[in-house]
Design a binder for this molecule. Structure first.
Ligand code: ADP
Length: 277
């Protein structure tokens, strides 16, 4: 069983069925040791992926305020090579972005083959925050689930592996994290009344997320629900999913790189013969 729960396509998600405290019987020390091993594997896989230029990896991070999107992304960055890894943040759309269809700003930031892109928020805001705050009429956002599925299918057909992480925290844990920010002067800059106001909409967000997880978990891009009350376990689950997603491609990348190597050697041999070096 993977550490994150993979939402079976076609199944209906009820978030209360998933325990945000889940740690699979591990303790923090064991978790850290496992993560270190996964990180080494991912490092090697990323290098091959970058060189082979046959596959791209898109990781989408969604979750409520304080769920740990920034933390999870920073952890991934700590064990990936910056040369092949990029992060994009999606905020309230700018006037230019808002003047286009909702996928316009997202599509152009998806990774090309060889690259890894991490999305901090994503096109899912357009069926979550937009729905919760009535920023677009239902007639508009209700069609977006299908539109998202078609978009992700197109990416998958274009050699992009898609990992979608819903970082699942409990309501009490969110309260603790928000209060922590008040206690810690070095975190106070993160304070916002808006976070407490959003918290009042907890149930509306639950409903919107449950629909997104239910309607947009597909064969080519299933959602993963990551137990996120424990940061070390969240990071472990994300790393495991990345390793598991990349590893099956290792053989084809190696094959391709060996072919490139053979061609390079033959070219070099022909050059040496010609120049009598
Ligand atoms: P974060 O909370 O991710 O650290 P911000 O405080 O700048 O960063 O929040 C970004 C805000 O942008 C969030 O409230 C998010 O819901 C909002 N947002 C992102 N995408 C959209 C969208 N398509 N429509 C409306 N609001 C959006």
């Amino acid at each position: 069983m993977p550490y994150a729960w993979i939402v079976e396509p076609g199944s209906k998600v009820k978030l209360s069925d998933y325990d945000p405290d889940h740690i699979e019987g591990l303790d923090k020390e064991q978790g850290r040791a496992k993560l270190a091993k996964l990180a080494t594997e991912i490092e090697e896989l990323q290098e091959l992926m970058y060189a082979a230029k046959q596959t791209a990896l898109l990781c989408v991070f969604q979750g409520r305020d304080t769920a740990g999107k920034d933390g999870a992304i920073n952890k991934v960055l700590s064990y990936t090579n910056v040369q092949g890894c990029r992060v994009n943040y999606f905020k309230v759309p700018t006037p230019e972005e808002a003047s286009h269809d909702f996928l316009w700003r997202v599509h152009k930031l998806t990774p090309g083959v060889g690259g890894i892109t991490l999305f901090n928020r994503s096109h899912y805001e357009d069926v979550v925050v937009v729905r919760v705050h009535d920023l677009a009429p239902k007639e508009v956002w209700k069609d977006r689930y299908d539109e998202i599925n078609s978009f992700e299918a197109l990416l998958a057909r274009s050699n992009t592996v898609i990992l979608k992480f819903y970082l699942h925290i409990g309501k009490d844990e969110q309260r603790e994290r928000l209060l922590d920010r008040e206690k810690d002067d070095t975190k106070a800059w993160k304070l916002s009344v808006g976070d407490w106001k959003e918290r009042e909409l907890w149930d509306d967000y639950t409903e919107a997320y449950e629909d997104a997880l239910t309607k947009c978990s597909t064969e080519h891009a299933p959602w993963r629900i990551v137990p996120a009350n424990h940061k070390w376990f969240r990071d472990l689950a994300v790393a495991e999913a990345i390793r598991d997603a990349l590893k099956p491609h290792r053989k084809e990348w190696m094959k391709h790189l060996e072919e490139i190597g053979r061609n390079a050697k033959a070219e070099l041999a022909a050059y040496r013969k010609g120049s009598e070096l």
